[in-house]
Every structure is written in C-alpha cells, then in structure tokens.
Design a protein around this ligand. Structure first.
Ligand code: NAP
Length: 260
C-alpha cells in the first residue's frame, strides 16, 4: 500500500527556493510534517506561512548552512527536539558556481564551495540523521543528484564531480543500509528553471536567463512531484534513481531551442 505523510516527518535542506521550496510544499500536501532549513531566513519564513496554511500546523524551520558543522548540529538537534523523529531526509541544498574550465583561470574558491555544499554538506546531514531514520522504522534518504552526475561537460568539471560523488554516496548508502528500514533514492534532473543559474553566474540575471531562452525547461514542481512520488511508495518499494529532463533537452549541451 502506498504510504502517506501522516505521522511522518520530512527534513528538506535548501528549502528557501527552487526545488527544495516546491518539495516542502509537495510533501506537506501529501500529509508530511516538515522540517525546513536554508541560510536565508526571510525566504524560509514565507515558506513557513505557506506550509502552515496547507497543514494547519507550524512547521519546524531554522537557519541551516550545510557547510558549517555547528549550524548542521544545531539544526538537527532542533528537529529532533521538535518532532522526536525523522522519517525522510531530502538532501537538496546544492549549487553550481561558474563555468570555468579547469585551467589557470579557474576560481578555486568556487570549487571549494561546491564540494563543501554538494558533497560534504550532504554527508554531514546524512551522518547525523541516519540513526533517526533507522529508528523511525520507515526511513528514506532522497538525494538531489543531476544529469551532471551521469555526463560530464566542459565548464562543469567540479559541479559534475560533485554530482558523480552524490551518485557514489547514494550507491554506498544503499549497500550499507541493506537490511535496515531505510530507503535510498537519487533524483537526477536535467535543466530546471530555478535560482540555480543566477547563483551559477554569480548574480548575473541576464546571463542566467539566456540558459532557458527558447526552450521549455523543467520547473521545480516537476522535480518535487518525483520526490513526493518516491517518498509515498509502499515501504518495501525503493525507487533507486529517477532521471528526468525537459522534452527540449537531449544531453548536457544539446537542446531544441525555438529559432535555432
Ligand atoms: P536554487 O533555486 O538555487 O536553490 C538552492 C537551495 O539551496 C536554496 O534554497 C539555497 O538556500 C540552498 N543552499 C545553498 N547553499 C546552501 C548551504 N550552504 N546550506 C543550506 N542551504 C543552501 O537551486 P535548485 O535548482 O533548486 O537546486 C536544488 C538542488 O537541485 C541542488 O542540489 C542542485 O544541484 C540540484 N539540481 C538543480 C538543477 C537545475 O537545473 N536547477 C538540475 C539538476 C540538479 P539559501 O541560499 O537560502 O541557503
């Protein structure tokens, strides 16, 4: 029988925008109780109001920087004290920074932030929550990978490396958690129109807009639908991996753009 969110707690990292925001809303609509974190508290408070409208209950929301161990510790402690249980962890917080080639011009600080957020941040959250996920009796880790974890492209060396790493970590967790009541899923989208490109181009909104010009990218709700689907399968059904792309995208750098 399909699971619902009733009496289940879902943690979503990077919930202040994009896929994380839509996922929190989607999980709330499926009946989950939410714990949401990100660095921008003003954006989180807008989400809190919307979640409260949907569920009739104020969710747990707190600042979270997955690159900062103390912030991760405080967030996890806050969730556990608030709900006393965690059933689902959506490791969504992540980013690409720049499109540098790996040569003498590359910005090494961008490399460090990507690795720290997308790989170490995901590991920090997972390490701390695995015991609670096991204890819940129906735990689930859902990692945001990417098609960049399947296909490397020029200018994506480090971002792709982080998403290949997410795929490796997901695979290892599947082996390590075998026999325990914790499912492990990787959701791997292609291009999704969110704040992702604005972040990638360091705030250059016109450069970011060009990424989506003349095509129909996925939106954050499309990805959230897949996450909610995976989270609501019967307890014995593990969706290993879902790869989703816009109909206008065939590969990392191959698009059908109107007028081209
Ligand atoms: P987005 O709109 O930029 O949202 C990213 C979220 O991550 C924001 O809520 C941001 O919140 C949060 N975040 C960033 N750094 C953080 C940190 N250090 N600690 C905690 N939260 C942090 O991007 P998105 O497209 O929704 O991306 C979500 C995930 O999907 C990422 O893992 C990304 O790699 C993956 N993905 C995206 C695409 C795409 O094309 N958009 C494709 C495949 C995979 P704050 O800034 O408030 O902290």
């Amino acid at each position: 029988m399909s699971l619902t969110g009733t009496n289940r707690v879902a943690v979503v990292t990077g919930a202040s925008a994009g896929i994380g925001y839509s996922t929190a809303i989607g999980l709330a609509r499926a009946g989950f109780r939410l714990a949401v974190g990100a660095r921008r508290e003003d954006k989180l408070s807008a989400l809190v109001d919307e979640l409260a409208r949907i569920t009739g209950e104020k969710p747990f929301a707190a600042p979270l920087d997955v690159t900062d161990k103390a912030s991760v510790d405080a967030f996890v402690q806050g969730v556990v004290e608030h709900y006393g249980q965690v059933n689902v962890l959506v490791n969504n917080a992540g980013k690409a920074l720049g499109v540098d080639y790996i040569d003498e011009r590359a910005n090494e600080e961008d490399w460090e932030v990507m690795l720290d957020t997308n790989v170490l941040g995901l590991l920090r959250m997972t390490k701390r929550l695995v015991p609670y996920l096991v204890e819940s009796g129906d735990g689930h880790i859902i990692n945001l990978g990417s098609t960049a974890g399947h296909e490397a492209y020029a200018g994506g060396g480090v971002y792709c490396a982080t998403k290949f790493a997410v795929r490796a970590i997901t695979g290892s967790l599947r082996q390590e958690l075998l026999g325990k009541p914790v499912r492990i899923t990787s959701i791997d989208p292609g291009m999704v129109e969110t704040e992702f490109s604005v972040v990638r181009y360091h705030g250059d909104t016109s450069r970011a807009a060009q990424v989506y010009e003349g095509l129909r990218p996925l939106n954050s709700e499309d990805v959230a639908d897949c996450i909610v689907f995976a989270a609501t399968r019967p307890a014995h059904v593990n969706i290993d991996n879902m790869i989703l792309k816009s109909i206008d995208q065939a590969a990392a750098k191959r698009f059908a753009r109107k007028g081209q």
